[in-house]
Design a protein around this ligand. Structure first.
Ligand code: SAH
Length: 268
């Protein structure tokens, strides 16, 4: 195991992806950094506090829930002057809706070294816990990570209708309170109202996860009945439910008649 204290001469900030919730879904590298941290700032509204239990004794652990961006960067800079390893622990992967660049620019200005350790995104975890695949041969080979417009405006051309027109897999973050708009956008570009939709709340959180399967038509009602209005992933995809399909196209990779770098095709 790498001794990250040796790697860093002076204080360094590590943006670590905590994964979707289950503390065991952090990467091994992320875990090793937490185990050696002098200070940890975790996003308490989304990261399970259990993940901070990996921290060593005496480590300063602080929840960023009530902090502004300026307070967060100030905290990280101050701690990096006192500790070799400072961790900003973020939900899922830090590079997805994680305000990463907003935090690293002040670190660059303060000449503080930083690195990112990727994490298992909630999009991946939501598909996994529901036994779904995001891609399927001849059905869709594309996944779009997006969100509905909230207080953060959407750049031109990225409204859901423009993206949904391709009929690929759509993983919608930060949008559970806008399900009515999701329904409208999908129907407007020709998705059938009986198309499957999956909503997963708190994917992988021990004892808290909720999986709701429905159609464009009834998903809102179902989520209302389950009282799901935060921390949920919406997946709309033509692959949903594929485990029960009587026939699927198989991946060429495992096709007995297909030669590739590691295997010759069977002779017919
Ligand atoms: N960086 C994170 C996303 C942060 S934005 C990632 O890679 O997953 C926060 C949004 O992520 C939430 O509104 C919700 O849509 C989604 N989310 C985060 N954790 C989740 C979980 N355990 N289950 C389902 N959705 C989750």
């Amino acid at each position: 195991m790498t001794d990250f204290r040796q790697v860093t001469q002076k204080g360094k900030v590590w943006f670590v992806g905590a994964g979707p919730g289950d503390p065991e879904l952090i990467t091994v590298k992320g875990l090793h950094i937490l185990e050696q941290a002098g200070a940890i700032l975790y996003a308490g509204s989304l990261v399970s506090q259990a993940t901070t239990l990996y921290a060593p004794k005496g480590c300063i652990i602080h929840d960023s829930k009530g902090m502004t961006l300026e307070e967060i960067t100030c905290w990280l800079i101050t701690q990096a002057q006192q500790h070799k390893i400072v961790v900003r622990l973020q939900t899922g992967d830090p590079g997805l809706y994680g305000a990463l660049i907003e935090m690293v620019q002040p670190l660059n200005q303060a000449k503080i070294d930083w690195s990112v350790i990727p994490g298992v995104s909630s999009a991946m975890a939501s598909a996994a816990v529901a036994g779904e695949t995001l891609t399927l041969p001849e059905v869709t080979q594309t996944v779009i990570f997006t969100r509905m417009e909230g207080r953060t405006p959407m750049p031109e051309g990225e409204d859901l209708e423009s993206l949904a027109i391709h009929k690929t897999t759509l993983c919608l973050f930060l949008s559970i309170t806008l399900l009515a708009d999701v329904q409208k956008a999908l129907l407007n570009v020709g998705w059938d109202e009986e198309s499957s939709i999956l909503v997963v709340q708190k994917a992988s959180w021990p004892n808290e996860e909720k999986i709701v399967r429905g159609t464009i038509k009834n998903i809102r009602e179902k989520c209302r009945a389950e009282k799901i209005n935060s921390q949920a992933m919406i997946i709309a995809s033509p692959t949903l439910g594929a485990q029960h399909w009587p026939e699927i196209s198989h991946s060429k990779l495992y096709d007995a008649n297909f030669t590739h770098r590691f295997r010759k095709a069977n002779k017919k």
